[in-house]
Design a protein around this ligand. Structure first.
Ligand code: HPA
Ligand code: ZN
Length: 336
């Protein structure tokens, strides 16, 4: 199964680029930018990654991002992720970035987006990996800050396909950002939101109705509302599920208890994603392998995660067909 997973073409729809910052690169950037890190080594940084919930992770994650200063830093971060995509046979990726994590520290919005975008262009050109960029608002910050961020994004509309909502879900429900999302939608952005990760199923309902999202990020707590599950199936609303993240952040006690396979078999449009791979112990293949190790899944079911992600992606119908053909031709040419 491991060989099959490695070779299976994959599409990632839930990846925070800041969450792909490996400790080694963190040290390299800290040195380059003369910033001190409160750990003696990359291994010591990794050992500190013990989380008991979302907030305990976020505190460390925002701290890690402090080493990102220049456009080149954002380029290097994104390029390192794309090389991992290549290794894992990820053919298309839709990445989140958190501009407020950087603008709050005095880094220019343009520095962030230009660095990331230029690496994504090179990823397409040199590695053949297509991508889209999604701007996430930090939900623990206020509406005014989100509006200011949206304003800064307007000159970069050509580079950003959608807006999203991440950070602390508890205490910061979707309705807090309804007006910002209304404005973003009016400007032509698509929308997504983290919902039903630590928060209740009602956040998923509210993200759909108030924020008009095209996909739900995480969404695993939908099962607490049977009527909602029926609605998600009927509308084929995609859920971008992150198995290793969910176990590391104790959304589920173990991978065996994770509901992703059950959701897939119920007919939901679920996908597998890595979320913050440098913090949660793995990239796309590791997530697929962790699911396959804990649940008995068939090759067709694993491939269905890719087909679901293609359906759920923000590319043109022609581009979706191209991605489907790559995946189908892999399946058709499997040794018997
Ligand atoms: N949830 C909320 N905010 C985040 C996450 C997540 O999984 N990863 C990075 N920011
Ligand atoms: Zn996330």
């Amino acid at each position: 199964m491991k060989t099959f997973i490695q070779a299976l073409p994959k599409v990632e729809l839930h990846l925070h680029i800041e969450g792909s910052l490996e400790p080694e690169l963190m040290f390299e950037l800290a040195e380059r930018n003369h910033i001190s890190i409160p750990y003696p080594s990359a291994d010591a940084v990794r050992e500190a990654y013990q989380f008991h919930n979302l907030q305990s992770f976020l505190d460390i994650y925002y701290q890690g991002a402090n080493v990102l200063i220049t456009e080149r830093d954002f380029y290097d971060l994104t390029w390192a992720y794309l090389l991992r995509c290549q290794q894992d046979n990820v053919i298309h990726s839709e990445l989140f970035f958190d501009p407020q994590t950087h603008t709050e520290r005095g880094i220019g919005f343009d520095t962030v987006v230009n660095g990331i975008y230029s690496a994504l262009n090179d990823g397409q050109e040199k590695l053949g990996i297509s991508s889209r960029l999604i701007l996430c608002f930090l939900r623990h910050l206020d509406e005014a800050s989100a509006f200011a961020t949206l304003e800064q994004a307007l000159p970069h509309k050509d580079k950003i396909i959608a807006v999203g909502l991440d950070s602390s879900e508890l205490g910061h429900p979707p309705e807090k950002f309804q007006r910002v999302f209304d404005r973003a939608l009016a400007e032509g952005f698509l929308s997504v939101a983290h919902a039903g990760e630590e928060g209740p199923a009602s956040n998923i309902r509210d993200a759909l109705t108030l924020l008009k999202v095209s996909r739900i990020d995480h969404g695993v707590r939908c099962t607490e509302d049977e009527a909602l599950v029926e609605q998600l199936i009927k509308n084929r609303t995609p859920l971008t599920v992150c198995p290793l993240s969910n176990t590391r952040l104790k959304v589920f006690d173990s991978m065996a208890q994770h509901n992703i396979v059950e959701l897939l078999r119920q007919g939901l449009c679920v996908t597998i994603n890595s979320d913050d791979p440098a913090y949660f112990g793995g990239y796309m293949n590791d997530n697929f392998i962790a699911v396959a190790n804990a649940h008995s899944v068939t090759q067709n079911e694993l491939a269905q995660f890719t087909f679901n992600a293609i359906d759920a992606s923000f590319v043109s119908p022609q581009e979706k067909d191209r991605l489907r053909q790559i995946t189908q031709s892999f399946l058709d040419n499997l040794p018997v």
